[in-house]
Design a protein around this ligand. Structure first.
Ligand code: PLP
Length: 894
């Protein structure tokens, strides 16, 4: 409506013969179905708009459209009643309201969708009846919107992000009268179910189920003419109440408000606010609490001025007085974690005030004992490598597919994971394999097919624990497409699936076929989709999310989400210990409170925010692809660039193609082995002749104050988030245009020699890229006996902990120069040079060498070609810190 209305407003000056007249007619026709899903301006108002157009009342039409646009753009329709129709139409204004308190309503606003096949008059009466129940003491205010069919209800919840509750009545048809082609596409997202063939009396229950799949946070109320008890026993979890036949409007009204309030409530944030109001004498640590040390200071008063008093009033080390302890929660923190578990679809959720770096270590310590085997993606965050050291795990590093032309990695193909599991199985070590640890999604936005990975791995190792590092994926639960690839969604879904008779039958048929194949052949396992045995498979899934990275939370606010069937029986105690190991005894209450509020936000507006975030990212894609100057120097990398064809069964090439427009991503997200998170935009900048680091620092940051944190040799990554606004996207586009204009002018003024130099630089950035090195291997000194070739099983796991601590003793290490030839000379002699430290170049930010890893020629080549200045663990003046041959010999004997 917002976009279309500017053009509609021009209707005033157009006569019927004018081509603009046709444009307006077309816009009205296109808007009609869309507007029927929103309470404002509402169906009746929209019909009046149409009649103004049909009757040539163009001036009234233009004014009404302008008023509506203003109300939509400013969101004022949420906080007060907006009169959009001319005065003589007021009688028809369906949103008319009379009470003074409503006009000044400052309460949060939402919309309730009612599903029923009603005449306009019945619809008016129903809305009026609900509106009449408003009370001054209500915490929220809502308007209702009526839709007339099963399909319309699904479209309504997908389009209208204002909807917080749905009232499903009975006797409505299945099919929408709007033949929207996108309808089929959205419905396909629900999976294989076909609701259309159901008997009409089942529509209500099935609709509640389908809405729960799309937007699990919504409250559903059913009104039925069947037996309430019968329906109540069959509805899904999100159905709060079933009413019989003619509902009591007051009861419905109160239930709707109560339902929204249960998401609005923030147990810990509220407790902290209350606490901050109490007069308290501070006789414990923390002079800053209640701002005392600041208020009495002569020198740090500006700190108080800058932050304001509330933050200090809320600072305390007390765990009583209405507050709670993060280390042993029984009160509001416990409640806040419980509602967070509900919001994120977990069985248990734990807050952390020290980032996902800590969450990762907690989960690994809780589950992995020394010598357990863990499969880890090699380009994972460094916290995992340190976690492996702490746990004493035997690590099998998994190689991601390389994206050599952009100097980055993709993610680990399922075939590689299965292959490693199979190797371990054949070596008789499967019982020691404890965990698979993968990053979903990766920094660059590669997203796994979580369902498929877990299913196929469980078919080989039925009790495998999965740790999904979702540091960048906290928002995903709140977009229906993204949710398909989250750990918690799939854990819940697989757990349900394995309990069904349908799955069992499917599995038995599959097993019959599988048993005919030769189990000793790799192809038997690798070339088909494997199915786990429902009697053996245990769903054991953990996800760590940096809430602060993608949702509202103060820095370091993270959550651990758990759906582990064996948590209570096998993990709870160990988890508690691990949590104690890594959690400060002085956790920051402001972070905990912000996690609680961040949870409230996503439960009430996560759907809207994620939808808009994706929209912003798509706008940026479209602009770069269609702007002539931008497309001369820049290109947004597509799924085709970042995911090899073999992993994109859907064949999707790009989200936006100039000349073709938007592509449908639903199928790709449902099926492909990897998908690309559209909210992350990797911009190829090689044609500018600048490398990623220089572009980031010298152009974006120094000249225009634009911050980003991930670059590769020839790309920069722009991440949108739920706070990204249209104007920030517009600013970025403006800046990119300025950079491109500057470049153009510089090229124009340059001498032939300068131009040659530029071309050389472009070629170096786009063509002369060193291949990304694979993980070489652990040196034999750090591999368990029997692991090496010829000893009964060539499996790659290594003891990173021993290597890590061996390096504590300086005597065990020496430096070999990268530039003075000493390293090459040693390698040329046939010496196995072994790193004693983590070597982590930024970018890409993950170790290219870990303690105990053999240095390969490829790794050296890559290091030399790296033009980044920051390489952690490497001192250029000394060289690589490696183990002495003597130290390796001694370690090998142990
Ligand atoms: C994949 C991944 N996991 C974990 C982390 C650590 O998260 P935090 O900054 O919340 O400690 C990061 C940080 O960038 C990351 O990229």
């Amino acid at each position: 409506m917002k976009n279309a209305s500017a053009r509609l407003a021009m209707a005033e000056r157009r006569a019927p013969g004018d081509p603009m007249h046709r444009v307006v007619e077309d816009l009205l026709a296109r808007l009609e179905p869309i507007e029927s899903y929103w309470a404002f301006p509402g169906r009746i108002t929209f019909e009046r708009l149409k009649s103004m157009f049909d009757e040539g009342e163009f001036t009234s039409l233009a004014h009404t459209v302008a008023r509506t646009t203003r109300a939509l753009m400013s969101d004022s329709y949420r906080s007060r009643h907006v009169h959009v129709l001319p005065t003589e139409d007021e009688e028809d204004d369906e949103d008319r309201s009379d009470t003074a308190d409503e006009r000044a309503r400052a309460r949060p606003y939402f919309e309730v969708m009612i599903v029923d096949d009603l005449s306009p008059h019945q619809e008016y009466t129903l809305k009026r009846s609900l509106r009449d129940k408003r009370r001054a003491e209500d915490s929220f205010v809502y308007e209702s919107v009526v839709v007339g069919s099963f399909e319309d209800a699904l479209i309504g919840v997908l389009f209208n992000y204002n909807i917080q509750a749905v009232v499903i009545r009975y006797g409505f048809p299945y099919t929408s009268r709007h033949g929207l082609p996108m309808l089929t596409r959205y419905l396909n997202r629900l999976g294989d179910e076909s609701f259309e063939d159901l008997p009409p009396e089942e529509y209500g229950v099935s609709l509640a189920y389908a809405i729960g799949k799309l937007r699990p946070e919504l409250d559903i109320y059913m009104v039925t003419d069947q037996s309430v008890e019968d329906i109540a026993g069959r509805v899904c979890d999100n159905c709060r109440r079933v009413f019989y036949n003619q509902e009591d409007y007051m009861e419905l009204h109160l239930n709707i408000l109560r339902g929204v309030n249960s998401r609005y409530k923030t147990p810990f944030f509220t407790a902290l606010k209350e606490y901050s109001k109490q007069p308290t004498g501070v006789f414990h640590a923390m002079p800053i609490s209640r701002g005392k040390s600041i208020a009495k200071s002569h020198w740090i008063k500006d700190m108080g001025d800058f932050y304001g008093m509330n933050i200090f009033l809320a600072e305390t080390s007390a765990t009583s007085g209405g507050l709670d302890s993060l280390l042993d929660p029984h009160g509001p923190i416990k409640q806040a974690q419980e509602v967070a578990a509900r919001a994120f679809g977990a069985r248990h959720t734990f807050f952390a005030t020290n980032g996902t770096s800590t969450c990762n270590k907690i989960v690994v310590q809780a589950l992995v004992k020394p010598d357990d085997i863990v499969l880890v993606d090699r380009d994972c965050h460094k916290s995992h490598h340190y976690g492996m050291v702490l746990a004493g795990a035997q690590v099998v590093y998994l190689d991601s597919y390389p994206l050599n032309e952009f100097s980055m990695y993709g993610a680990v193909p399922l075939r590689e994971i299965k292959h490693q599991l199979l190797n371990l199985k054949r070596a008789g070590k499967l019982d020691r394999v404890k965990m698979l640890l993968l990053t979903n999604c990766t920094f660059d936005g590669i997203v796994y097919n979580v369902e498929r990975v877990m299913e196929e791995c469980l078919a080989i190792k039925p009790d495998l624990v999965f740790l999904w590092d979702e540091a960048w994926f906290g928002f995903a639960r709140f977009g229906p497409t993204y949710r398909l690839r989250t750990a918690m969604h799939n854990a819940g879904m697989l757990r349900e699936r394995y309990q069904t008779g349908e799955y069992r039958a499917e599995y038995e048929a599959w097993k019959k076929e599988f048993d005919k194949a030769d189990p000793d052949k790799d192809s038997t396992w690798l070339d088909r989709r494997l199915m786990p045995d429902p009697d053996k498979a245990r769903v054991r899934v953990y996800a760590c999310q940096s809430t602060h990275k993608t949702l509202t939370s103060l820095r370091q606010g993270s959550m651990i989400h758990i759906h582990d069937q064996d948590y209570k029986a096998k993990v709870e105690e160990a988890f508690h210990e691990a949590y104690m190991t890594h959690t400060s005894t002085s956790p920051n209450y402001q972070i905990v409170a912000s996690l609680d509020v961040g949870r409230r936000q996503v439960e009430l507006e996560g759907f809207e925010l994620v939808q808009k975030q994706v929209e912003m990212a798509m706008v940026l894609r479209e602009k770069v692809a269609t702007h002539p100057l931008l497309s001369k120097y820049f290109r947004v990398l597509t799924p085709h660039d970042m995911i090899p064809d073999t992993y994109r069964e859907s064949g999707i090439e790009a989200y936006y193609e100039a000349g073709k427009g938007w592509n449908d991503i639903w199928e790709a997200w449902a099926r492909d082995e990897f998908a690309l998170d559209a909210t992350r935009i990797t911009l190829l900048i090689g044609k500018t002749g600048l490398d990623g680091d220089t572009f980031k620092n010298k152009e974006l940051m120094d000249k225009y104050g634009i911050q980003i944190n991930k670059t590769s040799r020839n790309t920069v990554l722009f991440m949108t988030n739920i706070g990204t606004t249209r104007s920030s996207v517009a600013y970025l586009i403006e800046v990119l245009v300025k950079i491109a204009t500057d470049l153009d002018e510089r090229m124009d003024d340059s001498s032939p020699v300068e131009r040659k130099l530029h071309e050389k630089q472009v070629t170096s950035l786009l063509e002369d890229l060193p291949p990304q090195p694979d993980f070489s291997r652990f040196h034999d000194a750090f591999r368990a006996k029997g692991t090496q070739k010829g000893q009964g099983g060539d499996t790659p796991e290594g003891d990173i902990r021993t290597a890590y601590f061996l390096a504590y003793d300086d005597e065990n290490c020496e430096y070999l120069g990268l530039d003075d030839g000493s390293l090459d000379a040693e390698m040329a002699k046939g010496r196995e040079v072994v790193s004693s430290t983590f070597i982590i170049p930024y970018p890409p930010g993950f170790p290219i060498l870990v303690p105990g890893q053999v240095v390969s020629a490829e790794i050296l080549k890559f290091m030399r070609a790296l033009d980044v200045k920051e390489i952690h663990g490497f001192r250029p003046e000394l060289g690589l810190r490696v183990f002495t041959e003597k130290a390796l010999k001694t370690a090998a004997k142990k």
